[in-house]
Structures are given as C-alpha cells and as structure tokens.
Design a protein around this ligand. Structure first.
Ligand SMILES: [Zn+2]
Length: 379
C-alpha cells in the first residue's frame, strides 16, 4: 500500500481505446481527427464522473501529437505528448469554471488566445463546468468563440447542458456522454483487480458498480475505500457491510414469505433488519428495487434491464416464476406508497409493518377480485 495512488488517477485512460462506455463519442472524435475535420469548439455534456474531462484532455493530446498511430491515437512519445503527459504543455490550458468564473478569469484566457501555439499545431482551451461562468464571463467569451484564430480549439464540459446559452450551444459540436453501465464498470473494476492482484467476488464488484450510479469515478473511489478496508480479497459481505447495503438475501426471503402469506416470518425478518442497524425506509426502497427486478425478469425483452451479477440473475429468474405480474405490480404500488408517506409517519416501524401486512394479504385480495394473470407480461 506504499505510495498509494487513487485508482481514478492511476487508471485514467491514456488512449481513446480505454475510455469506458463512451464509444459513440470516441468514434466520432476519431473520425474527425482522421478526416481532419475538427470543429473549433466542442461541448462535452453528461453526468459527473463519466469521463468528460478525461476525454477532453485526450482530445487535446491527440490533435497535437505529431506522430499519430494508425488508429488515430496519440503516440505518447513525441515532444508534444511528452510535454502533455508531464503536465508541462504550453499549448493546453485548463480552466475550472466552478472556481474561476469571473469575467477577469475569462479575459485572462481570451488574452492568451491571441498568441500562436509554440511547437504544436493547436492551442487548446479546456473549460470545465462551463455552465458556472457568470453571465458577463459568458459574454466576454462569446466573441472569442465566434471568431477564433485557426489554431485555437475550445473544449467545454458541463454537467448541465440546459444552462448553456443557445448562442454558445450553436457554436459547438455537442457530445452527450452516457452514464456508465453497471456491466462496463464491473469490467473495468475486474481489470484493475487483475493488475493489482486483488481477488474479488463478482457480486462484490457489482454492488460497487451499482452504488456508483453511473459514475466511473465514484466506482473507483468506492473500490479504493473497500480495498483499504479489506485488503487484497474483496468479498460480497465485506462490501455490503462497508457500504451499509442490505443483503439481497433478505429480499429473496421476504418475497418468499409474503407471497406464501407468512406474516409472522416476514415481521420477524423485518425486526432482524432493524436490529442490524438499517432504517425502515432503506428496507422499503431495497425491497421495491428487488420486486422491480423480478418484474423485468417476467419478459425476455426486459431481462437485460436486470443489473445484477450473472450468478444472481438465475435466482431472480427463478423467483420471478413464482410471483404473478399482478402480485408484483400491486406489491410495488404498496411499497411505493409506503415509501412516499414514510417521513410523515409518526410510527415508522408500524408504518412498514402495516405495508408487510397488506402485502401478506395481497394474494388473497387478488384472488377475491378475480383479477387473473393470463397476460404474463409487463403491460
Ligand atoms: Zn505524440
């Protein structure tokens, strides 16, 4: 663990090929480089932690590389690449508009634009969180963006595209970055495990990827945290206890009990969950997600929406068989309502217990009202 470098930095992509989950962006950028048809301004939009700034830097490095590879990647060896990799490039400027958003900050940058690049083809300006620029700063920037010198390239990045003025938008080639899919994040975590000689249970990596909610950067920082906690072996149980996540086994058990009208069993199980330090709402939300997962297993077209480790997917498919779509839909409704009213409830424990009682009687209610379940699909 000596000289520990956070994974987000250590495994930051250094080639377009290693950018995760943004193939559509990489392909378009590479084509533009190949055809020498570069826009003079780019706008990278998308949620946080998905590789916008990394891609901006890669683009900057690549278009100034004097020795591009056959597949249009930077060589990492020419003067320009070496200067870039050593953070010493005179031709690439980065401005974080979150902390430098005044008109003076932008004026400083605009001043720079007048001078031609040194020893490279382009001067590149990366402005992160560009939506944070003040209105005045935006206006000062607009003129430069309208008539930039041929050697200047602007790469703007934002998490909030809707806050960008239409006058700016219309002058940029816009790229929409996607959230990182759980599977893609897991793949990347597996690679890191391999090169760091860490053994990890696949379910453990899935939980980390899921928790990161589409941001690779978050997945990596959670991963680092778990590694510093559990060393070179990462187990599912370590991860869920570290992240304070309810074991999916609880939800499989609850579903079984409730669909078999085992009220005592489900109340006792909920008691156990509370005793383990989890909140009632935590259980409600986790349970709703579990039922949602069972619901997507009901139809072959939607099973791909199930974001769990492959070895658990089978368990979901099996349990989905034993629950009718009508039961699942009504159960989800009850859980949703209970979650919605949870904060207002004076007795939150009873509030959840009441939901469990309703769920326990659900099958009977469905049978009584004669709603059948011939259509075993989502509609
Ligand atoms: Zn190079």
């Amino acid at each position: 663990m000596e000289n520990f470098v956070v994974s987000a930095r250590k495994y930051r992509p250094s080639r377009f090929d290693t950018v995760i989950g943004q193939e559509h962006v990489v392909q378009t950028l590479k084509n533009a480089i190949k055809n020498r048809h570069l826009a003079h301004a780019f706008l990278f939009c998308g949620p946080r932690g998905v590789g916008k700034t990394t891609s901006a830097r890669l683009l900057a490095k690549t278009i100034n590389c004097t020795n591009l590879s056959e597949d249009f990647e930077a060589c990492d060896q020419c003067d320009s690449c070496r200067a870039f990799n050593g953070n010493a490039s005179f031709n690439i400027y980065e401005l974080d508009a979150a902390s430098n958003n005044s008109v003076d900050d932008i004026r400083g940058l605009v001043e720079q634009v007048r001078y031609a690049p040194q020893g490279a083809q382009y001067k590149i300006y990366i402005i992160d969180e560009v939506h944070m620029l003040s209105a005045q700063a935006f206006n000062a920037f607009l003129k430069t963006l309208e008539e930039p010198p041929p050697y200047a390239k602007f790469i703007l990045a934002t998490t909030e595209k809707h806050k960008i003025l239409p006058t700016i938008l219309s002058r940029c080639q816009v790229f929409d970055f996607h959230r990182i899919k759980v599977d893609d994040a897991v793949k990347q975590l597996k690679k890191i495990c391999e090169s760091e000689q860490i053994t990890a249970e696949e379910e453990a990596l899935h939980v980390i990827a899921k928790k990161a909610d589409g941001a690779m950067r978050d997945a990596l920082s959670i991963f680092d945290r778990i590694v510093s906690f559990s060393g070179n072996t990462i187990s599912y149980s370590d991860v869920i206890s570290n992240l304070n996540i309810l074991d999916y086994d609880y939800f499989f058990k609850s579903t079984n009990m409730l669909s078999n009208e085992d009220l005592p069993g489900s109340l006792l199980l909920f008691d156990e969950i509370l005793n383990n330090g989890f909140e009632g709402q935590h259980f409600l939300q986790g349970f709703a997600e579990h039922l949602r997962n069972l619901m997507v297993c009901k139809h072959p077209d939607t099973t791909k929406l199930l974001e769990v480790a492959p070895n658990i997917a089978g368990k979901f498919a099996q349990q989905a068989q034993s629950c009718s779509s009508t039961w699942l839909l009504n159960a989800l409704n009850i859980l949703n309502q209970t979650d919605f009213n949870f904060r207002q409830s004076k007795n939150q424990r009873l509030h959840v217990e009441l939901a469990l009682m309703k769920l326990c009687n659900l099958q009977r209610a469905i049978t009584l009202t004669g709603v059948d379940d011939k259509k075993k699909s989502l509609n």
